[in-house]
Ligand binder design. Structure first.
Ligand code: NAG
Ligand code: NAG
Length: 600
């Protein structure tokens, strides 16, 4: 295949004596440190990375650029001898397989970065400072050094940087369950316990590090003297009434059920707190509608309807609908309006990703009630991390099965392993769920969270062949499988998450209940310390052991998984001082800036 690049100005990258020396370059990663959290989530998606780095324009680097420009303009002005041009094009044969056009300047050779180096070496570069500076990076991912010793009550690994709900593979947050619905391996959407646990753990971690949220209570039924609700028609009303069940005053409302009628309207004009929470009880079917103004100029207003129905999400025109179930008894509801809006937009305009930015929420204009029922504590806050955390914890308690597991109801095909049929368990789900439940238990002291976490260890004791997740390496080392494949796959990151969960549980459970978690944790740590070297290539890490169990090519971890491995090992090194954990984490960190294990 011949691919010759001929451009007037094209990017060159210094190639010192052949191509081998790439590894000796490393640059500051500072620029990637200022990514916002949202960016961070975006950059997890490899397609975004490709966009970020694959810049079509191309230029020369710094000083050389200036020199070359000066020289070439001299050349032009003087219309001088072409021999004065300081470089010549040079055809470069790559492994005798194809050719690339480079440039020769004296005895130095330059090859195009974007047209060749980047792909060939899987490295990353971009022009900054008005194209006056070139940033070269060996990897695109990032390490979060732990801040002191890990504790089961503190932030979970580096999850304060996670933003689960904005991911494309989250279809929306269910109005009934209050947790995300995944489309990662099934377009129809399914509840994925790992995603739900990560959603809860990220909100818990953010809750711990962020300032107190700003909160405005608009209505709590206490004072109806200066009624701000607009109601039309003699049959409709909103009034304050005492509620015996909860022993306080609440708002009773009665309006037509149909959205075609005006309903009861409350003007908010809320321009900073976009998380809505309220207590609700319907007598008939009904809905709460939020009217949203966006940042896009001259864009229409959008309605988000939270309606008594089982439909997950539906959108048409400027209307977005979330089913919230029938709500015939008092229940609390918390909604992240910007996320609900974005997910609705994605349904309305599936192909237009850029729209999401332009159409960010600027203001919540009003809320409107339809139907007959009661409402209390209508509140808008800047964030609602704890509510989101408890939605996840309660989902886990409600949906745990009799084996103590959270079966995953979607087919999963890992590489060339046989597919896992719907209903499989994952040690990663069990582990992250345990980490979430232990935190919920610590905060609330509610027994149900502790009991659920304890039950969750059962699945780790059942062999993969028997429907569990336990594998044994070389008849010796016990492993908890993220994917309980046959033969075993030994996925590293999922295994370590299960160990972190076990550590959390054995640490917080009362001594008479912690034995099982303690035993499973110890077994797992022994396996990890013995098997960790199998995941080291000398210049990166490996995702699983398919090269051992299937005899196929090794499955190298891409950089975000590699950095997850390191973040996990750094966490474990704060609770276990075995040198292999710390040393491996350090060596693997070096791989991210181009260092490699020595060769013979
Ligand atoms: C709500 O609507 C559904 C579907 O139309 C109906 O089956 C149900 O009985 C209604 N519930 C109430 C309380 O009116
Ligand atoms: C509204 O909030 C108050 C204060 O937290 C609480 O006592 C009351 O029960 C809440 N109302 C409902 C309907 O849950």
């Amino acid at each position: 295949m011949m691919r010759i690049l001929r451009r007037k100005v094209f990017v060159v990258f210094i190639v010192i004596v052949g191509l081998i020396s790439i590894c000796s370059f490393w640059f500051s990663c500072a620029s990637s440190n200022d990514l916002t959290k949202q960016d961070d989530a975006f950059y997890r998606d490899v397609s975004h990375l490709t966009n970020r780095y694959a810049q079509p324009e191309s230029l020369l680097i710094g000083q050389q650029l200036k020199q070359l420009q000066e020289k070439s303009s001299e050349v032009k002005d003087a219309d001088a001898d072409p021999d004065d041009i300081p470089y010549e094009e040079i055809e470069t044969s790559v492994n005798d397989e194809y050719t690339v056009v480079g440039r020769r300047e004296g005895d130095e050779v330059y090859l195009p970065f974007f047209g060749f180096i980047q792909k060939y070496f899987e490295v990353y570069g971009r022009l900054t400072d008005n194209k006056q500076r070139f940033i070269f990076e060996h990897s695109y991912s990032k390490i979060y050094k732990p801040n002191g010793m890990y504790t089961p009550t503190g932030i979970f690994m580096s999850f304060e940087h996670y933003n689960v709900e904005v991911r494309d593979r989250v279809k929306c947050i269910s109005g009934i369950e209050g947790v995300p619905l995944s489309t990662q391996w099934g377009a129809h959407g399914y509840y994925y316990p790992i995603q739900i646990a990560q959603y809860g753990l990220s909100h818990f971690s953010k809750f711990l590090i962020e300032d107190k949220p700003s909160v405005t209570v608009y209505e709590n039924g206490e004072d109806c003297t200066d009624m701000e609700w607009q109601v039309s028609g003699p049959a409709s009303h909103v009034r304050c009434v005492p509620d015996d069940e909860i022993d306080s005053d609440v708002l009773a409302f009665k309006t037509p059920e149909s959205l075609g009628n005006p309903g009861a309207l409350f003007h908010l004009d809320e321009d900073s707190n976009f998380f809505m929470s309220l207590d609700l009880k319907f007598i008939t079917n009904g809905s709460i509608t939020v009217l949203v103004e966006t940042k896009a100029k001259s864009a229409p207003l959008f309605h988000i309807h939270y309606a008594c129905s089982q439909t997950l999400i539906h959108a048409t025109g400027n209307e977005i609908y979330y089913g919230i179930g029938d709500r015939q008894t008092w229940s609390h509801m918390t909604r992240d309006i910007p996320t609900d809006f974005q997910k609705g937009l994605t349904l309305l305009y599936p192909k237009q990703k850029k729209l999401k930015m332009k159409f960010a929420v600027r203001r919540i204009v009003s809320i409107t009630l339809h139907g007959t029922g009661y409402v209390d504590n209508i509140t808008f806050s800047s964030v609602t991390h704890l509510a989101q955390f408890y939605y996840a914890a309660n989902w886990l308690v409600r949906h745990q099965d009799r084996t103590g597991g959270w079966p995953i109801m979607v087919t999963r095909k890992l590489g060339t392993f046989d597919s896992l049929d719907p209903g499989w368990y994952s040690a990663m789900a069990q582990g992250q769920a345990i980490s979430l439940l232990t935190r919920a238990y610590i905060r609330t002291k509610k027994e149900m969270y502790l009991q659920s976490a304890l039950r969750a260890t059962k699945v780790l004791n059942i062999n993969s062949q028997d429907g569990g997740v336990r594998a044994t390496f070389m008849d010796k080392y016990v492993w908890y499988e993220e994917y309980p494949t046959n033969p075993s796959s030994f996925v590293l990151n999922g295994f370590i998450y299960s160990l972190i969960g076990l550590y959390d549980l054995k640490t917080i459970a009362p001594p008479e209940l912690s034995g099982e978690a303690e035993k499973l944790f110890k077994q797992g740590m022994t396996s990890l310390k013995h098997m960790l070297p199998l995941f080291d290539t000398g210049l990166g890490s490996i995702y699983d052991l398919r090269h051992v169990t299937l005899g196929v090519a090794p499955n190298r971890a891409r950089w975000d998984y590699h950095s997850t491995h390191i973040n996990q090992l750094l966490l474990l090194s704060t609770i276990d001082n075995a040198p292999i954990l710390k040393n491996t984490a350090e060596r693997w960190t070096g791989y991210m800036i181009g260092k490699r294990a020595a060769h013979n």
